[in-house]
Design a protein around this ligand. Structure first.
Ligand code: EPU
Length: 416
């Protein structure tokens, strides 16, 4: 298995181009199932999760080609199933459920099973579909869904769910009548999916607010869209500038999507400057410890919690980091401690006492964002850090070692 080796302690300087957002590209690829024909997605990142979604669509009969742009031809869908082998490696596979049952009246999707960051059930996806008239049965580890035609419904989510909102919004575009989604997720990725659906002929209002209204149509037509920049990748590199005391400009991003993080970074002593689609982070003062609570967008993203914690390990005081979205998203804590961090876990909070210096050590990646936090800590640590199980990183960060090496980091991948 590949590992990343980092010789830390170098302040990073330069520019990093931000890639397309994985969490926007995945639902956009699933949306292609809603209309037979050729869909074109620009700015799709080259990542393991994207290849998994390609394999899943391919299994169903779609022809997916990822050249300069990605084209997905859904003219010959023959298998309405998401098998366990693919779903178990990527929970976002469940995004095909809504589009399949809405377009073909049938779907069989494996239940995702366990996950490193929390239980992550899909009960809210299923409950919403049932409210739209879908007959759901659970058997042999699979969800079987069927309906002649979905009907519009008023659905209030018990909890904000990103892929749940996307799944039901996609399904509702082909339902008979109007669907209202309340307590909907407001993430930029949800808005991006709504934009594509509208381009395909859907009628959607309110995406980006907590109430989304969808008027069902008899059919949609394929279109073409550019995937929005990855705000979490961008956020991770902002922290890289902060933790190494360097100066990095991220290009091709949407700074508005990074507002909550930018505020916390500023308070922590990282200077943030915005210039159009560029955002620059630099630090020349000590790191000030800050408390953080994760929330659904526009709150502080759970997907940045681990990376921010890495920064806080070097803070000038005590920081309390509370995870509100996933009950088990602290797998990085024990690994950060191996680098010398002083962190105590107390239920859903971590108490981080800042220390003067981290020291390099072998560590293990446990999930995508936990791995990113270890890279950040390794960049700041004295000496050598070796991160194993980096296939987690490859799910969500395009050429991370090349991007970091280009701004001065001593980082490389070792095979074996
Ligand atoms: N939840 C339920 N029932 C459901 C759905 C969700 O109880 O049916 C709970 C979850 O267990 C969790 C909370 O609701 O406690 C929110 O989960 P959500 O459904 O919003 O998460 P998700 O849609 O599965 C997406 C991202 C995650 C990101 C979360 C939260 C994609 C493909 N994934 O997951 O991204 O952490 O939203 O913002 O969009 C990552 O990129 O590293 C990643 C994990």
């Amino acid at each position: 298995m590949d590992r990343l080796v980092i010789e830390g302690g170098i302040a990073l300087h330069g520019e990093i181009p931000v890639s397309g957002a994985k969490n926007a590209a995945l639902p956009l690829m699933a949306a292609a199932l809603l209309a037979a024909g050729s869909h074109t997605l620009h700015n799709v990142p080259r990542l393991r999760d994207i290849r998994t979604m390609q394999a899943l669509l391919g299994h169903m009969g779609a022809v997916c080609d990822h050249g300069d742009a990605m084209t997905i031809d859904t003219g010959n869908i023959h298998t309405l199933e998401a098998p366990y082998e693919l779903v178990k490696t990527m929970r976002a596979s469940v995004l095909v459920l809504g589009p399949l049952v809405a377009r073909y009246g049938k779907a069989r999707v494996s239940l995702p099973g366990g996950c490193a960051i929390g239980a992550r059930p899909i009960n809210l996806h299923l409950k919403g579909l049932e409210q739209m008239g879908v007959d759901i049965t659970l058997e042999h580890g699979y969800v079987s869904a069927s309906a002649r035609r979905l009907r519009g419904a008023a659905i209030t989510f018990d909890q904000v769910t990103v892929t749940g909102t996307e799944n039901l919004m996609m399904a509702a575009t082909l339902a008979d009548g109007v669907t209202v989604l309340r307590n909907a997720a407001r993430e930029p990725e949800v808005v991006a999916v709504a934009e594509y659906l509208v381009q395909m002929g859907a009628r959607i209002e309110g995406a980006g607010t907590a109430e989304i209204t969808i008027e069902g149509r008899p059919a949609l037509t394929p279109g073409s869209i550019r995937v929005i920049p990855d705000r979490i990748e961008a956020g991770t590199y902002l922290v890289a500038a902060g933790i190494t005391g360097g100066r990095l400009t991220l290009t091709h991003c949407i700074p508005d999507h990074l507002e909550a993080l930018a505020q916390k970074l500023s308070a922590a002593g990282v200077r943030i400057e915005v210039d159009g689609s560029g955002i620059t982070a630099s630090r020349s003062e000590p790191i000030h410890s800050q408390d953080v609570k994760t929330w659904p967008y526009p709150g502080f993203p759970t997907d940045m919690q681990a990376q921010f914690m890495a920064l806080m390990t070097l803070g000038d005081g005590v920081s309390i980091i509370s995870e509100q979205i996933f009950e088990n998203r602290f797998m990085h804590v024990l690994e950060l401690k191996r680098l010398g961090a002083d962190i105590e876990l107390d239920g859903r909070s971590a108490v981080v006492r800042g220390i003067r210096e981290l020291s390099g050590a072998p560590v293990m990646a446990t999930d995508l964002r936990a791995s990113a936090s270890l890279v950040l800590a390794g960049l700041a640590a004295r000496g050598k850090t070796e991160i194993s199980r980096i296939y987690h990183l490859d799910r969500g960060y395009e050429t991370i070692e090349r991007k970091l090496a280009a701004v001065g980091a001593r980082i490389w991948r070792e095979k074996g």
